[in-house]
Design a binder for this molecule. Structure first.
Ligand code: APR
Length: 234
């Protein structure tokens, strides 16, 4: 992936980039949590049926993310961003904050963030590192409505897609790391890139579902492949 001075890099990351920090991927780990399919605790229907179960799931994920450290792949992307400045854009499906803790600045969490919550009525998000693991669930100080995780659940629309598509429209290379290519719209970014005729590269230990759509597939864990790319960026 040698880049030239005028190149603009759009990076899409998924759960695989945080796997070597000890955070379980969704589909790789069997997709189960306490006997529930992850999809069953990450939907508006699950929230309506059992908000306590949903908060226990996200409290556990907050605990896991707080205990994890960024790995060499997160750090490599931050180093590449240092070189490229505003010719770099990172869109992540991950809700952990490991990219930020590695130093990434131009980052967009399309599926929300683990360390924010929001009122279901006022809709305003706010920083929140608390664990809610009892029936005593949080409510809004303004309107007393329930507080939910600031996460995009299955069936909900990812955050700020207009900006993501604008960035994809002016990129010259799409680099995708550690995502199975099974959840849209992120899995369709490579098709948009192909329609524009820009270079597309995938990094991960296994082929993603949309493997046929990429120009290059680098079958390697992210911590091995990404650090070697720093020198290829001017
Ligand atoms: N380096 C890079 N990739 C890896 C590594 C690694 N060390 N280990 C595993 N992977 C890859 C797996 O091969 C797999 O293709 O990471 C991918 C993880 O896939 P998923 O578990 O499906 O995660 P992701 O694609 O991010 O899921 C997308 O689905 O559950 C929802 O909203 C959730 O954002 C998530 C979305």
């Amino acid at each position: 992936m040698r880049l030239a001075l005028q190149d603009r890099l759009f990076v899409l990351t998924g759960a695989g980039i945080s796997a070597e920090s000890g955070l379980a991927t969704f589909r790789g780990s069997g997709g189960l949590w306490n006997g529930h399919r992850v999809e069953e605790v990450a939907t508006p229907e699950a929230w309506d049926a059992d908000p306590e179960l949903v908060w226990r799931f996200y409290s556990m994920r907050r605990r896991d993310a707080l205990a994890a450290q960024p790995n060499a792949a997160h750090t490599a992307l931050a180093r590449i961003e240092e070189k490229l400045g505003d010719r770099f854009y990172l869109c992540t499906q991950n809700v952990d904050d490991l990219h930020e803790r590695a130093g990434s600045l131009r980052i967009h969490h399309m599926h929300g963030t683990l360390f924010q919550s929001r009122c279901v009525r006022c809709n305003k998000s706010f920083p929140d590192q608390s664990f809610y693991e009892t029936p005593d669930l949080p409510t809004c100080k303004t309107c007393a409505s329930p507080i939910r995780p600031h996460i995009v659940w299955f069936g909900e629309i990812p955050l700020d897609m207009d900006n993501i598509y604008r960035e994809l429209d002016c990129a010259t290379t799409l680099l995708v790391v550690g995502t199975s290519g099974s959840v849209y719209p992120a899995a369709g970014f490579v098709d948009i890139a192909n329609r524009r005729g820009i270079r597309t590269i995938y990094i991960g230990p296994e082929e993603p579902l949309n493997t046929h759509a990429f120009d290059d597939i680098i079958l390697s864990p992210a911590t091995q492949a990404l650090p070697t790319m720093i020198e290829l960026v001017p």
